[in-house]
Write a protein that binds this ligand. Structure first.
Ligand code: SAH
Length: 588
């Protein structure tokens, strides 16, 4: 719950706007502010105070306990100019809350957490639970002091700055902390002694298989899991999931144990578990649920290619076994949009900062360099090396890295997603981030040319035989589709566009509107609405898309408009309202 507090009318209005934006997550605390702050502090995970920062500091001072438990606090000034992340920037979520408040109120966020301000990964923003000397190691990261990275495996972490150096783990270091007094960052599911200079990130690497008789108490399951992990020297913060047989999917003690660890409960049919070879099969579960192993088999079923670290352990009514997952690399296929920064989606920006390796054409890497975390590895290549780029991206992900493969527009449209995913196996995770395509960006410049059925056709015959392209152009012409030509014309390929326009001209009037957009959304954008008869193809190059209307498309006030129905053919605009007469009203 987010507590909202104010002392003035202006503050009250701010509270109201936030409460209206987030009705289920907010509670307004009225009354004298001193008391209101106290109550909200005790009851809420986060507070937004429309009060002077100084006043809030004084009110909070006696209440503060520690950054693990205190709520995240944001203060907002009377004029709603600034939202200050005052306390609990990361752990309390105040930095993110300040950003969210700004989106509602139109204010500017003030974030002073050092790691956020310099764009470096704060240890607690790497997406993994972190523990140990977080403050000391974060400080060392920022100050550029050497930090030794010791990871049990390659995990798909975001980029770490250059002063973090991978260190070999020899036998001595395996158990120990930083060693030698240097700062160390460990990435491991093992329990390691902490020495004040070592921080530990916990990868989600362990799956605990559990079995239990009907009515097994939650506490017994929890304790057995806790002991199984601790005796094997493993951290419960690395538990990614519990797993069991389908018949136990609703067993309250097992369900409660999964909730306790804050992880999902994976379930498998008995015959799937029965097919898995395990070290300790037994007759009891075979009789009860139809598989000779529940705990070991469920753990292994969840960890393909992984290893069984803790064979079956038993308590009176429960069994547990622990398997370690093989790390999976991550390949994000990220569309950057047509060029303008504000047409690059927030999700794309987030994925770029989630990656430690960027693969892409050099000109696209240049576009987004400033968005990357320091230390991001850039694998840039020139035009034409598509297959190689795709292979490189997949190979890096296969090694366990977090890779972003970037492309302009949408990375799946005449771009890198297909060659990459043709290479990628089931052994890596893939995340696609859609982008605004050139066709869409151009359409927005031209007006509404894509208001009815439309198609994109690439005129590049480098990889596609011209006969195939021509067949598609002809089909689009006959089907009266609005057509957007990609890769329309280059110095060496100048006859294809006139030829394609000729084919469309066999089915459309010479007055059919044609939109030409060059460098859509970029500083040198140029556009024109012309017609099939008057288009000057020399204005078209390889940074251009050409959109040809269908037989119903009209130019209205200099804009290209394709009606949603075909009424305009019968009744041109002005003679009758087209709204309400189309047969697509239900889609509006
Ligand atoms: N993946 C991209 C398309 C890449 S193919 C997308 O989704 O948009 C390259 C072609 O896209 C170029 O030859 C040009 O026809 C078109 N193109 C890319 N960016 C463009 C822009 N900003 N303005 C106009 N056309 C563009």
């Amino acid at each position: 719950m987010i507590g909202l507090i104010s002392a003035t009318r202006a503050g009250e209005r701010g509270c109201e706007r936030l409460a209206a934006a987030w009705p289920d997550r907010t509670r307004v605390y009225a009354g004298p502010v001193g008391e209101a702050v106290q109550r909200a502090f005790a009851e809420c995970e986060q507070l937004v105070c429309f009060l002077a920062t100084g006043a809030v500091v004084r009110l909070l001072a006696p209440l503060l306990r520690g950054k693990d438990t205190d709520p995240g606090i944001v203060t907002v000034d009377e004029a709603h100019r600034h939202a200050v992340a005052l306390l609990g920037g990361h752990g309390g979520g105040a930095n993110a809350l300040a950003g969210a408040v700004c989106e509602v109120l139109g204010s500017v966020p003030v974030v002073t957490t050092a790691t956020d301000a310099v764009g470096t990964a704060g240890l607690d923003t790497l997406g993994l639970p972190a523990e140990g000397a977080l403050a000391a190691v974060s400080r060392a990261l920022l100050d550029g002091e050497p930090v030794a990275l010791r990871a049990d495996a390659v995990w798909p972490l975001p980029a770490l700055p250059a002063n973090v150096r991978a260190a070999e783990m020899d036998g001595d270091e395996r158990g120990g902390g930083g060693g030698g007094g240097e700062f160390a960052l460990r990435v491991t599911d093992r329990l390691v002694p902490l020495d004040g200079r070592t921080a530990v990130l916990r990868p989600a690497s362990l799956v605990v298989g559990v079995g239990g008789s009907r009515g097994v108490p939650a506490e017994e399951v929890r304790e057995l899991i806790g002991r199984s992990l601790a005796d094997a020297g493993l951290s419960d913060r690395s538990v990614a999931a519990l797993a069991t047989v389908a018949a136990k999917a609703e067993e309250p003690g097992i369900v409660a144990a999964a909730e306790h660890f804050g992880v999902p409960l994976l379930t498998y049919p008995a015959d799937a578990l029965a097919a898995i070879e395990v070290p300790n099969p037994s007759a009891a579960p075979l009789a009860a649920v139809g598989t000779p192993s529940v705990a070991e088999a469920a753990a292994l079923a969840s960890a393909p290619g992984g290893e069984l670290l803790v064979p079956k352990r038993k308590s009176a009514m429960a069994t547990a076994a622990v398997a370690r997952l093989r790390p999976r690399g991550r390949l994000a296929v990220v569309g950057l949009g047509p060029g303008a920064r504000d047409l690059l989606t927030p999700r794309a920006a987030q994925e770029l900062r989630r990656a430690s390796v960027i693969v892409g054409l050099d000109q696209y890497v240049d576009q987004i360099r400033d968005l990357l975390r320091p230390g991001t590895r850039l694998l840039e290549s020139g035009l034409g090396a598509e297959e190689e780029r795709a292979r490189t991206a997949v190979a890096e992900a296969r090694e366990g890295h977090a890779v972003a493969l970037i492309g302009s527009g949408d990375a799946g449209v005449y771009a890198m997603a297909s060659p990459a995913l043709a290479e990628a196996g089931a052994d890596i995770d893939v995340a696609g981030v859609p982008g605004v395509t050139a066709a869409l960006a151009a359409a927005a410049v031209l007006g509404a040319p894509l208001g009815h059925d439309h198609v994109s056709i690439s005129l590049s015959d480098l990889h596609t035989p011209w006969e195939v392209i021509e067949r598609r152009v002809r089909a689009a012409a006959e089907a009266d589709l609005v057509v957007t030509f990609y890769n329309p014309r280059s110095r060496g390929r100048d006859w294809q566009l006139p030829k394609a326009l000729g084919i469309l001209g066999e089915h459309r009037a010479p007055t059919t509107p044609v939109g030409v957009v060059r460098a859509a959304s970029r500083p040198d954008e140029r556009s024109a609405v012309t017609t099939l008869a008057t288009l000057d193809v020399t204005t078209v190059d390889m940074v251009t898309v050409v959109t040809i209307g269908n037989t119903a498309t009209r130019e209205v006030a200099g804009r290209m408009v394709t009606p949603r129905g075909y009424r305009w053919q019968a009744a041109p605009p002005g003679t009758e309202s087209t709204e309400g007469t189309t047969n697509h009203q239900e889609n509006q």
